[in-house]
Design a protein around this ligand. Sequence first.
Ligand code: FBP
Ligand code: MG
Ligand code: MG
Length: 338
Amino acid sequence: MEERNKTLGEFIIEKQEDFRYSTGELSRIINSIRLAAKVVNYKVNKAGLVDIIGAAGEVNIQGEDQQKLDVYANEIFIQTLINREIVCGIASEESDDFITVCGSDNSHSNKYVVLMDPLDGSSNIDVNVSVGTIFSVFRRVTPVGTPVTLEDFLQPGTQQVAAGYVIYGTSTMLVYTTGHGVNGFTLNPAIGTFYLSHPNMKFKEDGTIYSINEGNYVHFPQGVKDYIKYCQMEEGNRPYTSRYIGSLVSDIHRNMIKGGIYIYPTSSKAPDGKLRLMYECNPMAFITEQAGGKASDGFRRILELKPTELHQRVPFFCGSKKMVEKAEEFMAKAESNS
Ligand SMILES: O=P(O)(O)OC[C@H]1O[C@](O)(COP(=O)(O)O)[C@@H](O)[C@@H]1O
Ligand SMILES: [Mg+2]
Ligand SMILES: [Mg+2]
């Protein structure tokens, strides 16, 4: 069958042997994410019609006003994973603590935990701009048959067995890796099937797009200010193009296809940065590296950071390898001059 016409289901069955742990559980997790994404997509596409825009009236553990779609997406993904009894634990941006999934036989027999940002880009919901979902999968480290512990979640990103994102944009796509490259599937809404539309996705080694919220310029570290000025200088293929959607998934997806860098640095307003290591930076870093790009906190490889808290934030530099390396040069130079 022509590669592009392959469905996600056919792809998973064929690649079964590619999974780092060739077990049906991992493919069933990806399939469950697919099913939940279709349900969320239905609402996202009709947000204005079905009154799922606006604030839900609660503040989440991040101290952010939860949007109705944050809450809805969180419930759909969590319930789907629980009902299909394929994971032993779930952590979410929208849930204070991790969720233990013991199974109907109370056996805690499953081997994988899923961490997720159920709705990424919340500020875009009310203005009809693309949003996403991000997920990360680890194999538990405590004994199967016992309740999961925080230790099963707080693993360095290098231990991920799968990671992916859904982008609810001009089309809905599921992009994921199991450690053997990155593949993108586009939903055909007429029949509700995802088709392999972007096989073996790769980051261009260099690029001319930089994505950063320049409104915070005055609050940025000197190295970031110096890199922004570098991007804006008239020299060679610069000035670069500035593109910032305000949805991590969308900005990184575009930069992967066109070449570019996304930066969410520390600032006097966000001393650790804004993005969360466990369910935003780790999964996007795994995908980025699998696509030949680079992801760091400006100094250290994201995937090697040892997590200490479920919702911890880190600075995030992610994208085309040469662009991230150039930004890291400016960070190191500013550090040595300080
Ligand atoms: O509005 P800011 O501060 O530039 O932050 C935008 C960033 O915040 C986020 O929306 C954070 O994700 P959530 O929407 O899941 O909280 C990213 O998707 C996006 O890149
Ligand atoms: Mg997010
Ligand atoms: Mg979110």
